[in-house]
Design a protein around this ligand. Structure first.
Ligand SMILES: *[C@@H]1O[C@H](CO)[C@@H](O)[C@H](O)[C@H]1NC(C)=O
Ligand SMILES: *[C@@H]1O[C@H](CO)[C@@H](O)[C@H](O)[C@H]1NC(C)=O
Ligand SMILES: *[C@@H]1O[C@H](CO)[C@@H](O)[C@H](O)[C@H]1NC(C)=O
Ligand SMILES: *[C@@H]1O[C@H](CO)[C@@H](O)[C@H](O)[C@H]1NC(C)=O
Ligand SMILES: *[C@@H]1O[C@H](CO)[C@@H](O)[C@H](O)[C@H]1NC(C)=O
Ligand SMILES: *[C@@H]1O[C@H](CO)[C@@H](O)[C@H](O)[C@H]1NC(C)=O
Ligand SMILES: *[C@@H]1O[C@H](CO)[C@@H](O)[C@H](O)[C@H]1NC(C)=O
Ligand SMILES: *[C@@H]1O[C@H](CO)[C@@H](O)[C@H](O)[C@H]1NC(C)=O
Ligand SMILES: *[C@@H]1O[C@H](CO)[C@@H](O)[C@H](O)[C@H]1NC(C)=O
Ligand SMILES: *[C@@H]1O[C@H](CO)[C@@H](O)[C@H](O)[C@H]1NC(C)=O
Length: 588
């Protein structure tokens, strides 16, 4: 099929808050567009409300009637720099809480007018349960909802808690969009009585990498900030944010779940050029090169890392790409699990310990916090353990740089691995856990046409493995993630105040999982999720005189517990085609 037939043609006017400077590399212009371009379309009055969505597989629900409770109803107007919105959560009364098999958080929001993409977080008892980004409204109104399986936070949901939502929004005569938000929790009773196993494999829980929810979840977040979210702010390469915590003395397993998002100078970190290029060309664009990794330390020792997925927010690269299909992960940012069971013996002493968060090469600002999921031994008041082996070799980072003036190429590579093993003795016996994390990062960046062209080709591979040897059997978890990103972005000046922007984007989130125990069997799944987008717009003065924009997405999930497939495309709010189904492709 010819590419042009996928594209729809339309015209509109737009407002530039800042004129792109002509003396900087194209990337800067792209970034400026990414965060500063606002559209005011001449919309027909009878345009129906636009529904935005993120393509993902539906949550597998029991065929039972849920108990639903509206936890928060709030209008986010001028909320920037204010405390989060709070609500009191109490478990629904007439719900058989011990028999709940699935809990779903539903975020539903409407907005109208003009507004930027805003990042927000939802915390329950200080534990982050959703990190997300708002959709950008239009004059005729938009609506979107996010559904997230929050079953892994069950232990929190059994008791009254304070819910906190921080969504820093600015409202004035230009940015008129107020976000009207409802958060509802849905509790689904189990279909029938099911035998309970310590590590019951359940394909429905595969996405969180869990077998059964932890007994407690501790917040590793900021204490009641008065002007922001509960996340920590990491603002420079040397910035390490610390949180003190203590755990009960009868834990036998622990997983740290890390939430992360990147903003301002690092919103497009993967496109930041190396500093020597910036200095040589007297540029003022954000730098430190394109490599970032999050390092998590426990009492000063690096126990885990995250090579984050390149989430593109709803205003990112070019906001026209994300209407109404939003970027992968933008409505439900992925969190990352780090098995810390091998280190458990070090923190079972009832004393205070510290987790630390840092970001290699960070520029202002990264929002990071975490949740510590702990499984407790119901048959003892004290467990004990010790680290057996720990290896964290010096990471390998390289940069091959070749440029002259504004043109050149940069190849950045990095790899890291962290290995740990340790034992924990509980009523389950003496269990030895091995945990391995391996990461590789490759970013090829090319600047051409005197800095008006930038091409990025990046791949991140993350490999997590956990093996626990119980006295009678083994528990095993494998996760392999592959995040490809390709971005072609060109700004063709016409020399008369008019220019053309050409953007081609391909963004992928792929992962393979294996999870289970030798005595119950293993479940596996494979996800291939790819978005492609093209932009061709002509800008004259302050307005876009023509635009061709299109986004295509293919989502393919194959799993032991079922499959899901969707193939969808949109252009300027219009769905060009949309096919979905439950058939398995057999690629798993
Ligand atoms: C390239 O860009 C620089 C900075 O904007 C400018 O000084 C120079 O004249 C340009 N070179 C060419 C060949 O256009
Ligand atoms: C909940 O499950 C238990 C056993 O698992 C059963 O005895 C009880 O009747 C169930 N309660 C409800 C309300 O379904
Ligand atoms: C929130 O719930 C209230 C009460 O049920 C309803 O009137 C309102 O339309 C809802 N808002 C959204 C954004 O769903
Ligand atoms: C950068 O600025 C310095 C001092 O202002 C100047 O000497 C130099 O020529 C400039 N270099 C470029 C590439 O513009
Ligand atoms: C650097 O780039 C120039 C211009 O493209 C090319 O001629 C040269 O071979 C490159 N050098 C290296 C070491 O790649
Ligand atoms: C990106 O790089 C990968 C690996 O080097 C290569 O296979 C792929 O073809 C490149 N993609 C594009 C669009 O250049
Ligand atoms: C992931 O790690 C396992 C264990 O170290 C190794 O066998 C496997 O080859 C790795 N896979 C990839 C794709 O790196
Ligand atoms: C600017 O240049 C473009 C391309 O040459 C041309 O199509 C356009 O008409 C010109 N605009 C003005 C205002 O001269
Ligand atoms: C951009 O994507 C379109 C459609 O896939 C393709 O026809 C075109 O060649 C691409 N352009 C560049 C510069 O990659
Ligand atoms: C998605 O649908 C489009 C339009 O029908 C088709 O051209 C394309 O081949 C489909 N892709 C996949 C992976 O099925």
């Amino acid at each position: 099929m010819a590419a042009s037939s996928l594209l729809a043609f339309f015209t509109f006017s737009l407002i530039f808050l800042y004129q792109p400077s002509t003396s900087n590399a194209n990337l800067h212009k792209t970034k400026l567009l990414g965060s500063q371009l606002l559209l005011s379309q001449n919309e027909k009055q009878d345009t129906p409300i636009t529904k935005y969505f993120q393509v993902t597989k539906p949550i597998k629900l029991p065929k039972t009637k849920p108990c639903s409770t509206l936890v928060l109803q709030h209008d986010f107007g001028f909320t920037f720099g204010l405390p989060p919105a709070f609500a009191n959560y109490t478990p629904p009364r007439d719900c058989p809480s011990q028999n709940i098999s699935k809990i779903v958080l539903e975020w539903k929001a409407t907005s109208k007018g003009r507004q930027f993409d805003r990042i927000f977080g939802v915390w329950l008892g200080g534990v982050e349960i959703l990190r997300s980004c708002t959709a950008e409204p239009r004059a005729t109104g938009i609506v979107w909802s996010v559904e997230k399986d929050i079953t892994r936070y069950s232990s929190l949901l059994k008791n009254p808690q304070t819910l906190a939502v921080y969504l820093g929004n600015l409202v004035d005569s230009t940015y008129t969009g107020i976000y009207h938000v409802n958060i509802t929790f849905h509790f689904y009773p189990a279909e029938q009585e099911q035998p309970h196993h310590m590590f019951k494999p359940n394909s429905a829980n595969l996405e969180s990498g869990y077998d059964s929810p932890a007994d407690i979840v501790l917040p590793i977040s900021r204490n009641l900030p008065l002007t922001d979210g509960l996340w920590f702010l990491v603002q420079s390469p040397t910035d390490v944010q610390l949180k003190e915590f203590t755990i009960p003395q009868n834990g036998y397993r622990a997983v740290l779940e890390v939430y992360v998002s990147f903003h301002q100078k690092d919103e497009f970190w993967y496109g930041n050029p190396p500093n020597d290029y910036i200095v040589a060309n007297n540029l003022t664009v954000p730098g430190n090169g394109p490599f970032r990794e999050i390092l998590i330390s426990l009492d000063g020792v690096v126990v885990g890392a995250v090579y984050p997925f390149t989430v593109i927010y709803t205003g990112g690269i070019n906001p026209l790409l994300w209407r109404p299909i939003t970027g992968i992960g933008s409505f439900d940012l992925p969190s990352y699990d780090i098995e810390v069971t091998p280190f458990l013996g070090k923190i079972l002493d009832g004393k205070e310990h510290k987790f630390g968060f840092g970001v290699t090469n960070a520029l202002d600002v990264w929002y990071i916090d975490a949740n510590l999921h702990i499984w407790l031994d119901s048959k003892s008041v004290e467990t004990k353990g010790n680290l057996i082996k720990y290896e964290s070799p010096t990471p390998v980072v390289s940069l091959v740089s070749n440029f002259s003036g504004l043109d050149g190429t940069f190849l950045t590579k990095a790899s890291r691995s962290i290995y740990s093993s340790g034992w924990v003795e509980s009523s389950h016996g003496k269990v030895v856990t091995h945990s391995t994390q391996e990461f590789s990062f490759t970013n090829f960046m090319q600047m051409g046409k005197n800095g008006s062209l930038q091409i990025l080709n990046q791949t991140i591979n993350s490999n997590y493995s956990v093996d626990s040897k119980l006295p009678s059997h083994i528990y095993k978890a494998r996760l392999f993630q592959n995040f490809p990103l390709y971005l072609y972005s060109e700004n063709v000046g016409q020399g008369n105040g008019s220019y053309t922007l050409i953007t081609n984007l391909s963004l992928g989130y792929n992962e393979d999982r294996i999870l289970g125990q030798s005595r119950f069997g293993f479940v596996s799944s494979s996800l291939k999720n790819v978005q492609n987008g093209q932009v061709f717009i002509v800008v004259k003065g302050n307005s876009v005189t023509s635009a061709l924009v299109s986004t295509q997405q293919v989502y393919n999930f194959d799993g032991t517990g079922g499959c899901y497939f969707r193939n969808v495309s949109s252009s300027n709010y219009i769905i060009l085609y949309d096919k979905s189904g439950n058939h398995c492709s057999g690629s798993n």
